[in-house]
Write a protein that binds this ligand. Structure first.
Ligand SMILES: [Zn+2]
Length: 396
């Protein structure tokens, strides 16, 4: 019995080895097959999305190959990279904003900051005034202007009795020193007492934009790996979009209604609650049922369109002010860019006109991504305008 079992075991071994070799050959062929780019018709139903893009699809590749495909050419390559580059752009903007715009009145004065510019401006004016006085003293003493012209009444004791040997050189050095003294004193005092408006709403927006761009890029990269992965990453993509929309409101509402705390809290509470509802509807499985699709669409549309209300309200309150008009222009530009992107996305142009021609470069989703980045950047510029406005003009 034992001998027969041993014999069978020996007999079976080559067979098993041959089977495993065949199996591994099959597996490697399968893997090779899984790394091929396939046509739209060969896709499973869950991956079919745009029939005007005919080829270069990845489908159910192993995760490692799926991730490494960020460096290869397929019909999602530019979708991944466009939002990844957008994410890096916003990361740079965040660093730039943190470094260039002082957050705590710590004395950094840059041209970017309007309050700092104002302080610098007043410091320069003081320096010029002091310099003018000094010039008059010097002129009276050295160029023999009459004291009356120099308006020196009561200050005669400050007039130098004689000119130094090298008058022009000494004058210029003296003036430079005067300018430095005169400008340094008020700047030091103002910088110490400066209190720029809080930056958190703009940083919240930058974080929301980065979250949206990064989740979108990741979604485009790994969605094709499996149906489960597509489900998870699409939910994250929705959450990222909700984060972008909600945080886009924060600088608009916070700075527009700085002097109306009740309205500020009302609008910020409203959009935060709406955003939380949209994220919940995107992430919680019970809301994934087809009957909730209109509810999910309505929540996202509601969030986007409701941005019109605080912008219109701002114009009612501050319509005559340049800052309100400039920020509203940036908001209109953002809306136009997002709207145009949505139209291109929904219309699936230009690939609808030339199916298969834009599989790799130039299809509607890539254009949509560019419109999103441009719209988000316009909103950032609007946010910087808000900082300039509120740094210079607060509710005292
Ligand atoms: Zn996308």
């Amino acid at each position: 019995m034992e001998q027969r079992r041993a014999t069978r075991s020996l007999e079976e071994r080559p067979m098993a080895s041959s089977t495993s070799r065949e199996g591994s050959d099959h597996d490697s062929k399968n893997k090779e097959h899984k790394r091929e780019l396939i046509a739209y018709e060969a896709l499973p139903e869950w991956l079919k999305d745009n029939e005007f893009i005919h080829g270069y699809y990845r489908c159910e590749w192993p995760m490692k190959e799926t991730i490494l495909s960020i460096f290869s050419i397929h019909n999602e390559t530019l979708n991944v990279w466009s939002h990844l580059v957008g994410f890096l752009l916003f990361l740079c903007l965040t660093i730039l904003t943190a470094m260039v715009i002082p957050r705590d009145g710590g004395g950094n004065t840059f041209a970017f900051d309007d309050a700092a510019s104002t302080r610098s401006y007043w410091g320069d004016l003081m320096a010029m005034a002091n310099m003018t006085g000094a010039l008059k003293h010097e002129a009276a003493a050295c160029l023999l202007l009459p004291p009356a012209a120099a308006d020196l009444s009561g200050n005669e004791e400050e007039i130098p009795n004689s000119c130094p040997p090298n008058t022009s050189s000494s004058l210029s050095h003296h003036h430079v020193a005067l300018i430095q003294e005169a400008s340094a004193a008020p700047l030091a005092v103002d910088a110490a007492s400066a209190d720029p408006i809080t930056r958190w709403p703009l940083f919240a927006y930058l974080c929301g934009a980065m979250a949206c761009l990064l989740t979108s890029s990741a979604c485009h990269l790994v969605l094709c790996h499996s149906e489960r992965m597509a489900y998870v990453t699409l939910r994250l993509d929705y959450a990222g979009i909700a984060a972008l929309i909600v945080t886009s409101f924060y600088p608009v509402v916070y700075y527009s209604f700085l002097c109306h705390p009740g309205l500020q809290r009302l609008y910020m509470g409203f959009i935060t609650a709406l955003g939380a509802a949209a994220v919940t509807a995107s992430l919680v499985p019970v809301f994934q049922a087809p009957e909730f699709r209109p509810l999910r669409a309505a929540l996202f549309s509601c969030m986007g369109v409701s941005g019109l209300i605080p912008v219109a309200h701002k114009l009612v309150l501050y319509g005559g002010r340049r800052e309100a008009a400039v920020t509203a222009c940036y908001e209109a530009l953002m809306g136009a860019l997002y709207g145009l992107g949505a139209v291109v996305y929904a219309a699936r142009v230009p690939e609808r006109w030339f199916p298969g021609r834009f599989d790799l470069v130039g299809h509607s989703h890539q254009l949509f991504h560019l419109f999103v980045i441009a719209g988000a950047y316009a909103h950032y510029l609007g946010g910087v305008e808000y900082l300039k406005w509120r740094d210079a003009d607060r509710c005292w």
